[in-house]
Design a protein around this ligand. Structure first.
Ligand code: ADP
Length: 925
């Protein structure tokens, strides 16, 4: 009560904003006569003038009144449309980074031109976001006349464009495109291996059309680029068969005496550290076996950069055989499809971790060992939600016909304020009370009867449904009733836009699923412009007849328009309430444009899901109290209100789900920002000495800490083991023991320093042999590759974590907090993995000449390109439990499964790629 009272006294925040906007609009209107007096050239020269003034430090806000006045004047001349005052107000809201709620037909497309022009003057790019490609192209095309007149360039960003074309579209002053495409470009830009491959140039300002569809309805469907993690089945099987040929060494060699080995062998098993190590002889033997089996070129070494992966898989196979034991670490049991699969056993609780997989190829190696199907992995390479993508923009704004009901969410999650802009002409639409029937049959009968009445009278009807099935059901009923109609289901945007454009003609019955983003408004009597266009496109019409024909069309249209208007305009009929009031409002909003008459009615029944779950009992009891006779509907404000309150409840629940998802997503979002930023720095870097040295020192510090813990005393050290590891794994001969013995004060810090120095020196020696510039390219490629593969694995781990985390709530823990904590720890591990991997590769790689450095860089780059291209874009769906379900998938053909194929290296690859075997799957095997 108090709030209502205060609102009346001071006006709502919305009223106050509108009052401010009106003042500015008056100022703009005051400039109109001056603008009118300018010649076209003088008007066009304004753009340059504004740019100069910005260069001198004037702000966009200061320029706003003049700039808006210029756009209006230009629009009058070029588009024959003068921005209404309310459109000016909408433009102000958009410029100030808010959501402008403007009803359907109020002209949002033209409204956007105002802030688009103003913000494009800064030359940092303006992105207009539409829900489909058709609208992006159409809006860009219609408006480019205006923008070009004003000297601005316009680009359209379509999925079919080449990289160069995309870059051009992004480099334009103004870019039109869909939310999906902007988001995917962002992700792809963070997967490139050359700076010139990026297409975007920063995210400055975005205006999102149908902002509620994109930021709310699609909030649960992240954009995902995923690729089949290369199918390496053949490799896993082959490696499995190599393992039995290698012998396990028994006993540990004492580093000082070399004694202790009871049985020499090819590899050692470190049960505690869960690791295996190949011995020197083991390396040689493995090389020999792999060469015999055609998996390694005869003269190649396992230390060669291109063979890092082979070593990795050999280790995975060794670990699978010798460290992971059936019924202890995992079980083999029938999966959902009845086929046996490997299920991890949690080492602490003994619980089966269904659906979880070990990473880094270990799981596949175990599958190969057990002879069960090796599961192809679809790896997420990159993903982002729309929320997080759009929050990256320096300034964000949006427009829609229906934001008010979700204003709280926009504010809470995006910090976007909603401003309800009044209509240009007051609405005359009659929104009738809901009619509720006891059964759905009665409901449909009543709806069809209403449609028939309209049809017989000549009034156009738009029937809204929330699903394609429901559209089909109504279409069948209309067919039975012999009522001609059109069905739209948002599949062919261009064709359907034409149908929608004519949906306001007399006797038209149009059934549509989801009216959001159709982008064409329904004009009573039909769309005159389209009719004229169709006449001119007709080759049978003589151009000389155009004026007369056009005149005739105009007169006819006026008659039709008046007739439909007098019949009550467009009638909206729906047979269900959507979960969200906003969607119902979107449908209603199609009627009563620009002060037209119109009406709407929802026909419901107690069987409707929403009624059954949320409002049924209440409404049923009202029906009983009112003693409604059988077959009679109930139509009362109290019923409509209780349905709305049910909708509110569902909306609130959905909001909570979205918020929850976002909170989980925030964690990976922060990490993504860190990774992408680092990645971009590396990509743009000329030299990487500092980074690489940092990684190397970190890796060796960690290594030393394993044997010489920080702050420990000499008695706790295990110098012989450290010396051995340095020797066997890193080829570093350090007489540490001797040094320590001959010195009287040697701290753990000194050990670390010695080791790090030795590692640095070894690396410097390697650098001295090669061309530094070439080697930087190699370093860069390896670093990026390591970051990318680790990041992808990390994304998978986060998914596993998210899926498993709800189990924690049973243990009285806060799942979200747990998730954050563990995700943070995983991230740390991931960074460690990058550090160790990069150091390992760079220290081990055998590059002895500038030519070899160049070749290694080229090879690493080629491999990276291959990695990047494996991706395909998916608009995935989060189900309620947070599991990502991919909707689309166009994976490249998989490699043959089974035995190692005996194919000549120069023969075509059996996978059907058309490449030579050695350049395709022969690369792996
Ligand atoms: P919305 O997206 O708000 O539903 P549109 O941008 O599709 O509306 O515009 C609806 C129609 O109104 C279009 O045909 C457009 O050309 C027309 N229109 C918009 N603004 C004006 C104006 N200021 N003067 C005349 N016609 C306008």
């Amino acid at each position: 009560m108090a709030i209502h009272f205060l609102t009346r006294l001071f006006g709502s925040r919305n009223d106050r904003l509108l009052r401010q906007y009106r003042k500015t609009v008056e100022q703009i209107n005051g400039l109109e006569s001056g603008m009118q007096a300018l010649s076209d050239e003088q008007l066009q020269a304004k753009t340059e003038e504004f740019r100069e003034r910005i260069g001198k430090g004037e702000s966009l806000d200061e320029l706003l009144p003049e700039a808006f006045a210029v756009v209006r004047e230009a629009s009058k001349r070029v588009m024959k449309m003068r921005h209404f005052d309310v459109q000016m107000m909408g433009g102000l809201a958009l410029h100030h980074g808010k959501i402008a709620e403007m009803r359907t037909g109020e002209g949002k497309t033209l409204t956007a031109t105002l802030p688009v022009y103003l913000n494009a003057l800064s030359s940092k790019g303006v992105h207009v976001v539409t829900v489909n490609d058709y609208l992006a192209s159409r809006d860009a095309q219609t408006l480019s006349r205006l923008y070009q007149f004003l000297g601005l360039t316009v680009g359209v960003n379509l999925p079919t464009l080449s990289r160069g074309e995309k870059q051009a579209a992004y480099n334009a002053d103004i870019t039109y495109g869909t939310n999906n495409e902007y988001g995917f470009d962002y992700l792809r830009d963070n997967m490139v291996y050359e700076p010139v491959e990026r297409v975007q140039r920063g995210l400055n300002f975005a205006i999102v059309d149908e902002v509620d569809s994109i930021l709310i309805d699609e909030a649960r469907t992240p954009l995902i680029i995923s690729g089949p993690a290369e199918d390496k089945t053949t490799l896993y099987m082959a490696m499995r068969d190599v393992v039995p040929l290698l012998e396990r060494q028994e006993g540990e060699a004492d580093p000082r005496t070399g004694e202790g080995v009871t049985k020499p062998g090819d590899f050692t098993v470190d049960e505690k550290g869960h690791q295996v190590h190949l011995t020197e002889s083991g390396y040689e033997k493995a090389e020999q076996i792999l060469a015999e089996r055609g998996m390694l070129a005869g003269d190649a070494s396992l230390y060669d950069p291109s063979n890092i992966m082979l070593v990795h898989h050999l280790y995975a196979a060794l670990r699978a055989q010798h460290l992971y034991h059936r019924d202890q670490h995992y079980v083999v049991q029938a999966g959902e499809n009845g086929k046996p699969e490997v299920v991890i056993v949690d080492e602490f609780t003994g619980r089966l971790m269904s659906g979880r997989r070990w990473s880094e190829g270990l799981h596949q190696a175990v599958e190969a060992k057990e002879g069960v199907d090796i599961q192809a992995e679809n790896q997420t390479m990159a993903s982002i939600t729309f929320q997080n993508y759009f929050r990256l923009y320096g300034k964000l704004s949006g427009m829609t016909g229906t934001a008010d009901t979700e204003a709280y969410e926009f504010q809470e999650i995006y910090g976007l304020e909603t401003v309800v802009i009044p209509p240009n002409k007051p609405s005359k639409r009659d929104d009738q009370l809901d009619r509720v029937y006891k059964s759905s049959k009665e409901k449909y009968d009543a709806a069809i009867a209403d449609i028939r009445e309209c049809y017989e009278r000549g009034q156009p009807v738009l029937v809204g449904t929330s699903s394609i099935e429901n559209s089909e059901l109504i279409s069948n009923l209309l067919n039975k009733a012999k009522l001609p109609h059109q069905v739209l289901n948002a599949k062919q945007h261009a064709r359907e836009a034409d149908i929608v454009a004519q949906a306001g003609r007399s006797k038209m019955i149009t059934i549509a699923t989801n009216m959001a983003g159709r982008g064409t408004d329904i004009v009573l009597g039909g769309n005159l412009e389209k009719a004229i266009q169709a006449m001119q496109d007709d080759p049978a019409v003589d151009p000389a007849d155009y004026p007369a024909r056009e005149q005739a069309l105009r007169e006819q249209w006026q008659k039709d328009h008046d007739a439909v208007t007098s019949l009550g305009g467009l009638r909206i009929i729906a047979t269900e309430r959507h979960e969200s009031r906003r969607i119902d409002n979107q449908l209603r909003g199609r009627s009563g444009r620009q002060g037209d008459p119109g009406s709407s009615r929802f026909y419901l029944s107690l069987d409707d899901p929403l009624m059954r779950i949320f409002a049924g009992d209440r409404v049923r009891s009202i029906m009983e109290r009112l003693k409604m006779p059988e077959g009679e509907p109930i139509e009362a404000g109290i019923v409509t209100r209780s349905i709305e309150s049910a909708q509110r409840k569902v909306e609130a629940r959905n909001f909570d789900i979205r918020k929850q998802l976002l909170e989980y997503d925030d964690v990976s979002n922060e990490q993504r920002k860190v990774i992408y930023q680092q990645r971009n720095e590396i990509l743009d870097a000329r030299e990487l000495k500092e980074q690489i040295t940092g990684l190397r020192e970190g890796a060796f510090n960690d290594l030393v800490a394993q044997y010489v813990p920080a702050g420990s005393v000499e008695e706790q050290w295990d110098i012989p083991r450290l010396q051995q590891v340095l020797q066997s794994e890193w080829g570093l001969d350090l007489p540490l023991q001797q040094t320590i013995e001959s010195s009287n004060a040697f701290s753990d810090e000194d050990v670390r320093e010695q080791v790090v120095q030795a590692a640095n020196a070894a690396y410097e020696a390697k650098l001295a042999q090669v061309d530094e510039q070439q080697f930087v390219q190699f370093e860069k490629a390896i670093l990026l590759q390591s970051i990318d593969t680790s990041w992808r694995e990390h994304l998978a781990s986060l998914d596993y974590l998210r899926q498993g985390i709800h189990l924690r709530s049973f243990a009285q823990k806060q799942p979200k907090q747990e998730y954050k904590r563990e995700a943070f720890a995983l991230f740390g591990q991931m960074l460690d993995a990058v550090k160790n991997e990069v150091t390992r590769v760079l220290m081990h790689v055998r590059i002895q000449s500038p030519e070899e450095a160049a070749a290694a860089a080229a090879e690493a780059n080629a491999r990276n390109q291959q990695l990047a291209q494996a991706g395909h874009t998916v608009h995935a769906d989060y189900s309620d439990d947070g599991i990502v379900e991919a909707q689309v998938s166009d994976a490249p053909p998989a490699a043959p499964v089974g035995e190692v194929p005996r194919v000549g290296r120069n023969e075509p690859c059996p996978c059907g790629s058309g490449e030579k075997y050695k350049n395709c799957h022969g690369k792996l095997a």
